[in-house]
Structures are given as C-alpha cells and as structure tokens.
Design a protein around this ligand. Structure first.
Ligand code: SF4
Length: 338
C-alpha cells in the first residue's frame, strides 16, 4: 500500500536581493520522504534548514518548483486552489503561534465552528456539539467555549490550535514547531497530548522541530535537514542510538532533555559556527565549514563533491532503515571492502 504522503525530489525556490543583486535560491533542494498512515515523521533542523518551507509547500502555501507531493495517491503540486479544497480538509496545520491565527474578537467556540461552516459541514447544532467534543479531546471543556483567546495561557492556546485543526477530522497533521514557544514543562504536556490524539484518532504526523528532544517522544522516524537538504533519515532508535551524520551527532550533543531521567548517550561534540545562509550555501557538502570530520575524507571531497543520500538500507528490524548523506559512509564502506 502506498504511503499517505509521498514527497519526491521537492525543490522550493524563493527570490531575494543580496549584495544589490536579484537572485533565486532553493530553500528546499531535492527533499524526498514518505509519511505512512498512522506514523509520525519528525523533520528537524536549525533555522534556515528549509523544514517549514517543506510544510508550506505540501499544503500549497508555496509553489513547488520541481518534484512531486502525493497525498493519498493524488498529486497536489499541479492542483488549482479550487481543486485543492477537498484535500485541504484532510491535511491540517498546527502553527508555532496559535495566538496569531486566532481572531482576538472571536470566541473559541466560534473559532472552532468556523472551519465546519467554511467547508459546509453539519448543521449549526451539530457543529456546536462537534466543537465541544473536540475541546474536550484536547483537555479543555464547555466552560471555555465562550471565552476569548486572551483569557488562555500559551499552553491552552496551543490546545485550541490543535482543536481547530482536529475539528475537520484530518488524516495528516503537520505541526510546525508547535511547542517551541512554550516552557519545557508545557512542551511535554503538548507532546503527550499529540501522542494520545494520534493513538485515539489514528492520525499521521509530520512534526517539525528545531531540536531532537521534542521529536524523540512522538516520532517513529526522523529526517534531519541542513540548508535545504535531508542529511540523515532514520528510525528513532537508529537516530538516537547511533547517529551517523556529523550534523546529527552535533544536534544530539545539544539536546536538552524533556525527561530529566533520559540517557544522553555517548559524549559528542557540539557544532561550532552558524549554519550559513541558503542564499549562498557552501560548495560540496553544505555542512563542511562546520564539520569536525572533514579531514577524515581524502581528496578534499567534502568541499568539492555533494554527498548523495545513501539508498535505504534494510536491517533486521522491519521498520528500520537509514539514509545518510556523508562521504564518510562511502569512505568507511570502501575501506571495509578492501
Ligand atoms: Fe563532514 Fe564530509 Fe560528511 Fe559533510 S561529507 S558531513 S563535511 S565528513
């Protein structure tokens, strides 16, 4: 059976001005992944890695310059906005700042009913019942129905953002940094809520975050992005147990734990420097200016040659696979064959 969401070779370009020149650059540069039904994929990277642009392109807020996005087998990149409409219901976004997407003059009840009205679903009484049920499912209740956004804490507002996404009964939730603006203790509550909802409603997730601690608790697999490209894609167990890309290793070294009892694993080196700009990415491996291992790869390959993402490598765990874009992988394989 095909995946619920299939992204292949996705490229999203923007125009910008730099040093007085107009340029076009790829914020997302050849990204491919699947989200299987009922599974959660984490997309992780620093600011400028292109992860939010991936989300915006999937839901049609940005145009794909190249590549394919299939949802339930339907190609989305070529749809007109009218043709998009029936699919929009099935893919919902949860934003980092729910307050920005809520009208301060609109009650929460009205905000929850609104998507049902827009999509012409249910009668007024049924809409209210549905909105109340969804409020309850995110840990709020009928008392909150007639309240306004300013009456809620940050964590409660994110619960409302999730409720608003759920009211249309989507199959896929794309969560774009939904907890990064919250305190750590509240982050854990929202991540736990998303985990419960996933089990209860058979949801699939594309969960975008800038640190690995958040995705560890929710995601089955994780794709790590760096300057527009995926550099490592692995199951949760593989990624946290044995990260292979030097960038992933550096991200893990910086992980603050949501769970004070969580093992931090072997000591790893923090990444020095900043990620640079997608407007003018480094040659070869885009991570090479920051990579502590580039001198282990002969012939200056890291600076001159772009490492391809290795093909999926099956191993003894059925759902386990790993793809890594690093010359060290081929150097190590080549050395072990000799
Ligand atoms: Fe480091 Fe080279 Fe691997 Fe890039 S390809 S991550 S620079 S070792």
């Amino acid at each position: 059976m095909s995946a619920l969401l299939e992204v292949r070779g996705l490229v999203t370009r923007y125009r910008a001005r730099t040093r007085g020149r107009a340029i076009t650059f790829a914020a997302v540069d050849g990204v491919s992944f699947d989200v299987e039904r009922g599974r959660a994929l984490g997309l992780v990277g620093e600011s400028g890695s292109g992860k939010s642009t991936v989300a915006r392109t999937i839901v049609g807020l940005e145009r794909a310059a190249v590549g394919s996005v299939k949802f339930g087998g339907v190609e989305l990149t070529s749809l007109s906005s009218r043709a998009w409409r029936p699919h929009r219901r099935r893919i919902q976004l949860v934003f980092q700042d729910p307050y920005a997407s809520l009208d301060p003059r609109q009650t929460i009840g009205s905000a929850l009913v609104e998507p049902l009205v827009i999509h012409g679903l249910m009668r007024p009484r049924e809409r209210r019942i549905k909105a109340l049920a969804v409020l309850e499912s995110v840990g709020l209740d009928a008392r909150h129905f007639d309240c306004y956004p300013h009456e809620f804490s940050g964590g409660q507002r994110q619960r409302i953002g999730i409720a608003r996404a759920l009211v249309l009964e989507p199959e896929l939730l794309i969560c774009d940094e939904p907890v990064s603006a919250l305190d750590v203790s509240i982050q854990a509550q929202i991540v736990n809520l998303l985990g419960e909802l996933r089990a209860r409603l058979s949801l699939s997730y594309l969960f975008i975050a800038h640190d690995l601690a958040v995705v560890r608790h929710l995601c089955d697999e994780i794709a790590v992005m760096y300057l527009g490209r995926i550099v490592e894609h692995a199951s949760r167990e593989q990624l946290f147990g044995d990260p292979r890309h030097p960038y992933t290793q550096g991200l893990l070294a910086a992980v603050p734990s949501l769970d004070p009892g969580m093992e931090r694993g072997p000591r790893r080196t923090l990444i020095a420097g900043d990620p640079g700009s997608p407007l003018d990415p480094p040659s070869g491996c885009r991570f090479h200016p920051r990579c502590p291992h580039k001198s282990s790869v002969p012939n200056d390959r890291c600076r001159t040659e772009t490492p391809a993402l290795s093909p999926p490598c099956e191993d003894s765990i059925p759902e386990s696979f790993r793809r890594v874009a690093c010359h060290l992988e081929t150097t190590a394989i080549g050395a072990s064959k000799q």
